[in-house]
Design a binder for this molecule. Structure first.
Ligand SMILES: Cc1cc2nc3c(=O)[nH]c(=O)nc-3n(C[C@H](O)[C@H](O)[C@H](O)COP(=O)(O)OP(=O)(O)OC[C@H]3O[C@@H](n4cnc5c(N)ncnc54)[C@H](O)[C@@H]3O)c2cc1C
Length: 416
């Protein structure tokens, strides 16, 4: 069923009782052409593009919990293309272009809002870095505007510009950056994949990967063995554990990242604001809650919850940037498990095991990557060739030393 304004109006008139579930709940078949492990953003978008662009529809997405129970439903929803290094910049640029047409493509309202994202600068050195980043973004074909003190004062009147420790020198505005509703992205891709025949199988944990003579044959799950021509790993947060089932050791650590939301307030913060020097970023949701977060909890964990010292650290950073936030009541906090690669950049690659494909290492940036990653991973699985926008995300770079060390993204304390 396609959604339309008339349909929404009609359902409203009839008490909204006629809506049907938007995906089926099938039992697993004995064999699929492609089995995708993990029903987060990357697994669902990969399944969608496999079916839509490559006509590969005998596909199952196996999710150990419910669809969207991982970080796709736990992130702070920021979408941007302000990366600097070759490899990352063309990939995120490609992904942002897909975002800009996503609602039309999926016929689903993902509430993509290009409200602008600004990175603040608090020293001459940081302003030089922002200018360099802005130039790289523009050379890539994306937008960036370097703001001076007065520009920041005009657009962000609510922050403490003269803070003794973090005086504001300027900022880098990326107007095409913004936010999107994270759950809706998972649901939109899930619906699109299901409509094209993909089986979305929930409560189905993969417990083993079967490999015979160097060729992948299928997976063992809590719902029995499922044969597969190809197996694709998109189990962010648990990539190392799942890859170990096939005997692979990945250069990835799992860490917790927390986020916070306040009670609903009247519109006060129209943009996404990143305060890198204080480890703090913030935006306002459409319901009015101030959504903010900071740095990793800094210890390895698979627990989807955080600790109190980080709550204190993030709250202090928020107060340093915008003292008015102290008046808002915090409603909730939560944590998600991050797949931290050692250079801060992801992996989309084949493995030495024929038919086994990797998609992992998204660090804190995997939400904005969802469309580009699904598109590129589907291309790799279907054709065996790397998508041009993602051809630098090779596992071998950790062996050869050709890392894509985008400062501030990796599991290393290089956050400024
Ligand atoms: C607090 C927080 C804030 C963030 N903010 C942003 C942001 O603003 N912008 C941004 O771009 N990114 C952000 N991120 C990062 C982003 O959310 C992640 O990088 C991205 O969601 C990871 O990819 P995914 O959606 O596929 O992961 P997930 O949704 O975690 O999907 C992986 C799935 O695999 C499943 N799985 C694991 N093991 C198995 C198994 N053995 N069998 C079957 N299924 C399995 C899990 O249950 C899970 O559902 C944030 C993350 C967090 C936690």
């Amino acid at each position: 069923m396609r959604y339309s304004a008339l349909g929404v109006f009609w359902h409203g008139l009839t008490g909204n009782k006629g809506w049907k579930p938007v995906w089926r709940n099938p039992d697993p078949k004995p064999h699929y052409d492609v089995v995708i492990i993990g029903g987060g953003g990357h697994g669902l978008s990969t399944a969608y593009y496999l079916a839509e662009r490559y006509g590969i529809r005998n596909v199952a997405v196996l999710e150990k919990g419910y669809l969207g129970s991982g970080s796709i439903g736990r992130n702070t929803t920021i979408v941007r293309a302000n990366y600097m290094l070759e490899g990352n910049s063309q990939f995120y640029s490609h992904s942002l272009k897909l975002w800009e047409n996503l609602e039309a493509e999926l016929n689903y309202n993902v509430m993509h809002s290009q409200r602008g994202q600004v990175m603040l600068g608090h020293s001459d050195g940081q302003m030089d870095m922002l200018a360099r980043r802005g130039n790289m973004m523009r050379m890539q074909g994306d937008d960036a505007v370097l703001w001076g003190r007065e520009d920041v004062r005009k657009h962000l009147p609510y922050i403490d510009h003269e803070n003794a420790r973090f005086p504001v020198y300027g900022g880098l505005m990326h107007w095409r950056g913004g936010t999107a509703r994270h759950d809706a992205v998972a649901w939109g891709y899930a619906r699109g994949a299901d409509m094209r025949g993909v089986d979305l199988i929930q409560n189905c944990e993969v417990t083993g990967i079967r490999v015979e003579g160097g060729v992948v044959r299928g997976v063992d799950t809590t719902r029995g063995h499922i044969g597969a021509g190809k197996v694709a790993l998109t189990a962010a947060g648990r990539s190392s554990q799942v890859a170990a089932m096939a005997g692979l050791r990945l250069p990835i650590e799992s860490h917790v990242l927390q986020a916070f939301v306040t009670e609903g307030l009247k519109p006060v913060i129209p943009h996404v604001v990143s305060f890198g020097m204080g480890h703090f970023y913030i935006s306002q949701s459409d319901k009015g809650g101030l959504v903010f977060g900071g740095d990793l909890d800094m210890y390895n964990s698979y627990a989807q919850r955080g600790n109190l010292p980080m709550v204190e650290h993030v709250a202090e950073a928020g107060m340093a940037l915008m003292p008015m936030i102290g008046k808002a009541k915090m409603l909730r906090s939560w944590g998600g498990v991050m797949d931290m690669s050692m250079d801060g950049s992801p992996i989309i690659d084949k493995t030495d095991i024929a038919g086994l494909f990797l998609n992992c290492g998204w660090c804190y940036g995997g939400f904005k990557a969802v469309p580009g990653s699904g598109d590129a991973f589907a291309h790799l699985i279907a054709s065996g060739n790397h998508h041009p926008a993602a051809d630098k995300f090779l596992l071998s770079r950790f062996r050869t030393g050709h890392v894509i060390d985008e400062t501030g993204n990796g599991a290393t304390p290089n956050l400024h």
